[in-house]
Design a protein. Structure first.
Length: 199
């Protein structure tokens, strides 16, 4: 059996301690907790009225957007009807628009084509300053969609464009923010299912 590497152990411990600190800070932020509840209420209302939820983000946030959408069209915890949800992740669309119009328009162009008043956009950006996510939020608001922003910074342009903004605390790097984002996404899914399945 290999002996524990002291440096590796320190890295592991420090990472878990930082993650715990961020989670504790988040748990004590009532504004953020209230924002999660309100966001789930907005999303549930959109689905009940026949609307669709779109989701977008870059890199790890794109993976989160896809995860959120597939849990709605499939299921999260309970068996129920599929919900109308779509991550803006089509490779053909993204490469076409990036090539012809610019990368900053890959999400907004999709919403321009598919989004309808009464729909909702989950806009994910750890920095709150991703140009293509901001442009998507602008287009969404102009077309009558609600915008739920999920970010790691307060006072951003994305927050100003949102119907509801959920700001999670983070550490020195974006990974701590992303770890809290997936927790928020799972809570949103649980709350949405609860709205449709509660007695």
């Amino acid at each position: 059996m290999p002996t524990t590497n002291a440096v590796a152990n320190d890295i592991i411990t420090a990472a878990l301690m930082e993650a715990r600190t961020c989670l504790d800070e988040f748990l004590n932020n009532q504004v953020a907790l209230d924002a999660i509840e309100l966001a789930a209420t907005v999303m549930g209302s959109v689905l009940r009225q026949g609307g669709r939820i779109y989701a977008c983000g870059n890199g790890g946030s794109m993976s989160d957007a896809m995860h959120f959408a597939e849990e709605l069209t499939g299921r999260f915890r309970d068996t129920r009807r599929g919900f109308a949800a779509q991550a803006i992740s089509d490779v053909g669309h993204i490469t076409c628009v990036a090539n012809d119009f610019g990368y900053d328009q890959i999400f907004s162009r999709y919403l321009e084509s598919h989004g309808r008043a009464g729909d909702c956009l989950l806009a994910i950006s750890t920095s709150g300053s991703s140009a293509n996510v901001i442009k998507a939020a602008e287009t969404a608001r102009n077309q009558g969609l609600d915008v739920i922003a999920l970010t790691g910074r307060s006072g951003t342009v994305l927050e100003a464009l949102s119907t509801v903004c959920i700001v999670t605390p983070g550490g020195k790097y974006a990974d701590r923010i992303q770890e809290l984002h997936i927790k928020v996404i799972h809570i949103l899914l649980e709350l949405i299912e609860f709205q449709f399945l509660r007695p």
